[in-house]
Design a protein around this ligand. Sequence first.
Ligand code: SF4
Ligand code: SF4
Length: 353
Amino acid sequence: MTTPDGWVTRELHGLRYRCLEDCGFCCTFTAEANDHELLRLRSKFPKLPVTRSEGMTLLGLQGGCGACTLLKERKCTAYEERPAHCRYFPFHVYFGRRTEVYVNRCCRGVEVAPGGDLAAKFKAQVQDLASPFRLRREQEKADKVRATFERNARAAGVWGDVDVEIARLLERGASWFDPATWPATPTGADDEAGSPGEAWQVALAPFGLDDAVARPFHLAADLQWLGFQGGAAGVTAQHLGENGTLVPFQELDRFDEWPELPEKVREGLFSVIARLATRDLLAGSIYHMVDDTAYKIAVRDAAEIRFADMAAALALRADILHRLGIPWDQVPAEAERFYDSAFLDHPTIGGWL
Ligand code: SF4
Ligand code: SF4
């Protein structure tokens, strides 16, 4: 089994995957369709609602934030005509300094399995469908954007070796979940950026968004779709319905500071960070942070801020999950599932299939 030359397929190994009956969680993510796919869908569903954003056609969601309008009782009613975007899931192809294949851990059909190999599934679901022309074009586009970024960063004196910075930050190990031990915050455009307090606010921010689609969701082990809404004063856990209803089922009080996590949980969450750090997407998101501040902070500082943000996002999710009844020994793996879509969604200097 081969992928195009030089692709990094590390994540395809050590996992097994089978799409689960009556799940449908990935149909709550907005699916993209190209013109040809839309034509095919509209020939069967003439009133199919779509929106357009940045040149893409997006399939509408029920109630604005529920599942795709083509999902009925957690089954795709357009299964044979579904767009490639839906067929690719849970696989993602990222074009960064190299082309990498990721497996989205939010999908509960994906499980750790020593000796497992998803190469054949990836070939059938992605490689055999994606046009080689598009793959080449996306990689070339990403290469150009990154070259421009590097030129600008060097000219502004904020360039740095991102791999060296990531390796340095990984050396801090599980102390990322003990913010009192963090060294002084980096100097940058914002003196607070990268501090435990600021990282915690960044982690909480998506939970307080008015736009439900942009708030965090989680697929629970019993395949319930969970939504969360709130902030430092408290978070409401909700059941998300296919039709976009959000029904509160538990109030969780006070998230105004970092939780004290048992040592084993801190170590487990750090292994999640260590795994995420193998993705070139992390470098791309660090570059994006530099670009986003108009080159006011250096790669070194952006890397530190990004690690602080990842630790806070995972600690917050670990706290929420434990308060929802997940035993501590299962919390790191569950938090990894809860966080993966947010990590994959982070703005980046890089491209996606
Ligand atoms: S999230 Fe995974 S298991 Fe659930 S429907 Fe999507 S691919 Fe299947
Ligand atoms: S087209 Fe089908 S598979 Fe794709 S998001 Fe809609 S319901 Fe899900």
